[in-house]
Design a protein around this ligand. Structure first.
Ligand SMILES: C[S@@+](CC[C@H](N)C(=O)[O-])C[C@H]1O[C@@H](n2cnc3c(N)ncnc32)[C@H](O)[C@@H]1O
Length: 251
């Protein structure tokens, strides 16, 4: 018996004499190589995740990516925004460091009108939340402002701001498109737009909106294994011109 057969003999023994006696069977899954699932092992993240898990629809890989993007965008300048906060879980992940202002947008009363051609969600979905509940949850964090209502109707107060990181988690076509139109021209050079629901089969309208918007722009959205899409604004676009291209895209 060489070393490489030992685990399988041991597993077979366990399977036959222990597991099967109780009506189970033991199968070892291949270990992923390399084991790149830090959202299950990173203690700092897990502590944070424990605090938000029951208040977010964002999955651990996406939440971990958000935390990385918060770190990555630090020092770029610009503030942070989120559209689509629901019960405040992902907003907490963006705001917990307290070093930048975080602008949080949602109706806090469920989905606005949706388009059955592209959206699987219906008006009123995600209605089991409230402005007060989210305000209470985020209250311990400094530098957070909540904007209740339908975006971009509520965007007036941030019209002259610039952003280093924007989390778009609105699931539906029109809302994603409005977020692109509003935030893309307001990203600082190197600023990041992250779309939570780009790869989700339940959100075909979200992917369509992102693909349409960036079709004739220099940035190609990066589709991540977490299902998100990430756009990093090219630094030189901001430096060369904010002229015709920006006016084509909402500013
Ligand atoms: C999937 S939930 C957001 C999940 C959240 N990020 C979390 O951590 O669980 C989608 C949210 O987008 C909001 N939403 C969609 N379109 C919107 C719009 N145009 N203005 C404001 N909120 C919108 C809905 O009200 C809903 O709460």
């Amino acid at each position: 018996m060489n070393k490489s057969t030992m685990p399988s003999l041991f597993v077979r023994y366990l399977d036959r004499w222990v597991f099967r006696r109780f009506g189970y069977t033991l199968r070892l899954l291949p270990h992923p190589t390399p084991p790149l699932e830090p959202w299950w092992t990173d203690r700092e993240f897990l502590e944070l995740w424990g605090h938000v898990a029951d208040r977010t629809r964002v999955e651990p890989p996406s939440a971990y990516m958000l935390r990385q993007l918060v770190a990555h965008s630090r020092g770029l300048g610009g503030e942070i925004a989120e559209v689509g906060s629901y019960r405040g879980g992902s907003a907490y992940l963006l705001a917990v460091d307290g070093d930048r202002w975080v602008h949080v947008f949602d109706t806090f009363a469920g989905m606005p009108e949706t388009d059955p051609r592209w959206d699987h969600f219906r008006q009123g979905d995600f209605g089991d939340t409230s402005l007060q509940e989210v305000r209470d949850f985020l209250a311990p964090l400094p530098h957070v402002t909540l904007y209740p209502g339908v975006f971009p109707d509520t965007a007036g107060p941030i019209g002259d701001k610039r952003f280093g990181l924007v989390h778009v988690d609105v699931d539906i076509h029109q809302s994603v498109l409005e977020c692109c139109r509003f935030f893309y021209p307001r990203l600082v050079p190197g600023g990041i737009l992250v779309f939570d629901d780009y790869g989700f089969p339940k959100c075909p309208g979200a992917k369509k909106a992102v693909d349409e918007f960036f079709l004739d722009l220099p940035e190609t959205p990066l589709y991540t294994a977490s299902g998100q899409a990430i756009v990093v604004r090219r630094p030189w676009m901001g430096l060369i011109s904010t002229g015709s291209r920006d006016s084509d895209h909402g500013i």
